[in-house]
Design a protein around this ligand. Structure first.
Ligand SMILES: *[C@@H]1O[C@H](CO)[C@@H](O)[C@H](O)[C@H]1NC(C)=O
Ligand SMILES: *[C@@H]1O[C@H](CO)[C@@H](O)[C@H](O)[C@H]1NC(C)=O
Ligand SMILES: *[C@@H]1O[C@H](CO)[C@@H](O)[C@H](O)[C@H]1NC(C)=O
Ligand SMILES: *[C@@H]1O[C@H](CO)[C@@H](O)[C@H](O)[C@H]1NC(C)=O
Ligand SMILES: *[C@@H]1O[C@H](CO)[C@@H](O)[C@H](O)[C@H]1NC(C)=O
Ligand SMILES: *[C@@H]1O[C@H](CO)[C@@H](O)[C@H](O)[C@H]1NC(C)=O
Ligand SMILES: *[C@@H]1O[C@H](CO)[C@@H](O)[C@H](O)[C@H]1NC(C)=O
Ligand SMILES: *[C@@H]1O[C@H](CO)[C@@H](O)[C@H](O)[C@H]1NC(C)=O
Ligand SMILES: *[C@@H]1O[C@H](CO)[C@@H](O)[C@H](O)[C@H]1NC(C)=O
Length: 458
């Protein structure tokens, strides 16, 4: 390395780079940047170089919006290994990888891909903020920063989960707003119930989106001055993906996974030169995964946030529950009959609980009876989606967790409880009483299902 740095061609390349100043948007093999240099994308939208953040003297290689006065960093390379002084450089090495060396000439970060052939790549900072390593011969992308989202999620990026290999693209949070050290949150597509987005805190779920209903879905996000963003989700047998695009190849919007675990959509306001918050996943305590514990339901419109036990359930720890510690959740007041005496109580407009099992597209009646015929089934949800639907019927086995009521969705949850009970509060489900009775009658009628599990259990 040392010898190579001193070679004449290196100096020639370096001077070429300097001659172009900040016009250069790429690194060719052997070209490097020192801590005071940067490259800028062709449209001048993004810059890549070294930065320090907050009061720290640690230096990182990152990408930021080039024209904004207040630097907003959207990607960081060496967040686990900062440079502690000004001796260091980023180079497109002869083996094809981008490498960051410290003053002692040790590699502290690398794109780390195996590339065939020496001097076979070019690293370009695109105007969408993507730092792309391409094979020179066929322009194939061998590595790109968009596959490693750090803190920000920009138009053009996608989060993915490969069903077979379990490989995924996730977004990782910063430790603090001015500290790019890895934080405790990350977000991506849930491998357990693969058609939902999740934010994890360490290895624990922290926030959860609802289950996607359709194979393909598109959502338009209205942003400033007639700019729109689009969210597209695609689910097939191989890969689930979540794409963010915008009406023009612009820098005006981004999602941020904040150091406190919220996903925020921000739009840049040119006149105030500030990021404007358009939405956040943190509305109230109901946004916190499992806030009300098993079989507890979080009321999205109560203030302060309160938890209710589902109909037919009572607090597991009464005293703690009364003091507002809801995490213990609720337990059944009466054990299930596990046969024809069980019935379903419908809770309208809910955020459906976590860990659902899709039974595909079957009729509402089949959905109910599939649930009844399995002793461990605690709830089902039926929705009438036509066309590109991936499911009509979801069932749950075991605890119902992360359930929110008075939630702005069309989903109803049918919760399995033991047959008619005394002393229950008739107002809680009053809208549904008549419908419930009908369903109960239906469930009592003989069907072509065998209730074999009754014998297995008792
Ligand atoms: C970076 O390179 C430029 C051009 O060679 C030089 O003027 C500058 O002093 C260098 N900075 C450091 C910290 O080495
Ligand atoms: C950074 O330094 C300034 C001035 O010394 C101080 O007011 C500020 O609190 C410091 N910020 C942090 C995050 O330590
Ligand atoms: C490069 O990748 C290999 C295999 O994926 C891994 O074992 C190695 O630790 C990585 N090296 C660096 C410097 O990240
Ligand atoms: C790779 O490029 C550098 C700089 O242009 C040159 O010095 C070196 O000889 C090249 N190596 C090979 C194997 O072509
Ligand atoms: C959310 O929970 C925290 C911690 O228990 C509590 O202090 C706060 O008042 C709650 N907020 C609302 C709006 O209920
Ligand atoms: C809340 O209750 C759980 C048991 O359900 C207990 O383990 C936990 O310590 C309690 N938390 C607080 C803050 O009291
Ligand atoms: C109930 O359904 C679950 C999930 O589909 C399944 O794992 C379990 O074996 C079923 N139990 C019975 C008794 O059919
Ligand atoms: C489902 O929707 C279709 C048309 O949207 C309608 O014809 C059908 O009756 C609905 N089925 C149920 C069970 O609601
Ligand atoms: C939940 O309530 C918050 C206000 O507390 C509101 O902003 C949000 O839109 C509600 N979410 C749904 C899906 O109804």
């Amino acid at each position: 390395m040392k010898g190579y740095l001193c070679s004449a061609s290196y100096l020639l390349l370096l001077s070429t780079l300097l001659a172009f100043g900040t016009v250069a948007d790429k690194l060719q093999p052997g070209e490097s940047l020192n801590v005071t240099q940067k490259i800028t994308s062709s449209g001048d939208t993004f810059a890549l170089g070294f930065f320090s953040s907050g009061n720290s003297t640690n230096r990182y290689v990152g990408i930021w919006y080039n024209k904004m006065k207040e630097r907003t960093v959207i990607w960081v390379a060496n967040r686990e290994n900062p440079l502690t002084n000004s001796a260091g450089f980023l180079i497109l090495s002869e083996d094809g990888n981008i490498k960051l060396f410290d003053g002692k000439k040790s590699v502290i970060w690398t794109s780390n891909v195996s590339v065939i052939g020496r001097n076979s790549t070019t690293a370009v900072l695109s105007d969408s903020g993507n730092f792309v390593l391409r094979r020179t011969t066929d322009h194939a992308v061998v590595w790109q920063s968009f596959d490693h989202p750090i803190g920000s999620f920009l138009p053009g990026m996608k989060l993915t989960l490969n069903i077979k290999t379990r490989q995924s693209i996730r977004i990782f949070s910063w430790k603090d707003v001015d500290d790019p050290t890895p934080g405790i949150f990350y977000a991506g597509i849930d491998p357990q119930t693969p058609r939902q987005m999740m934010v994890w805190r360490g290895s624990e779920p922290y926030w959860r989106d609802g289950v996607w209903e359709t194979v393909v879905s598109a959502q338009v996000l209205q942003m400033q001055r007639n700019h729109v963003g689009y969210i597209t989700t695609i689910a097939n047998d191989e890969e689930i993906s979540f794409l963010f695009t915008s009406s023009e190849n612009s820098n005006i919007a981004r999602y941020v996974l904040t150091p406190t675990g919220a996903i925020e959509l921000e739009s840049w306001d040119d006149s105030s030169e500030k990021w404007e918050l358009l939405s956040s996943t943190k509305n109230n305590n109901c946004s916190v995964y499992g806030w009300c514990g098993p079989f507890g339901s979080c009321d999205n419109i109560s203030l302060p946030t309160v938890c209710n036990c589902l109909k037919g359930f009572r607090p597991k720890y009464q005293q703690e529950w009364e003091t507002g510690n809801w995490s213990g959740g609720c337990v059944r007041e009466m054990n299930l009959d596990c046969g024809t005496k069980d019935e379903f109580r419908m809770l309208k407009r809910t955020k459906l609980p976590d860990i659902s099992i899709s039974l595909g597209t079957i009729s509402a009646e089949a959905c109910a009876s599939e649930c009844l015929s399995n002793c461990s089934c605690t709830a089902y949800s039926y929705t009438n989606v036509s066309g590109w639907g991936t499911w009509n019927c979801l069932i749950w086995v075991g605890d119902l967790i992360d359930l929110v009521e008075n939630f702005n969705t069309e989903f109803n949850l049918n919760i399995r409880v033991a047959g008619p009970q005394l002393g229950t509060d008739p107002t809680y489900f009053d809208e549904e009483e008549e419908e419930e009775e009908e369903r109960t009658l239906q469930a009592d009628q003989p069907s072509d299902h065998e209730w074999s599990c009754v014998d297995d259990i008792y």
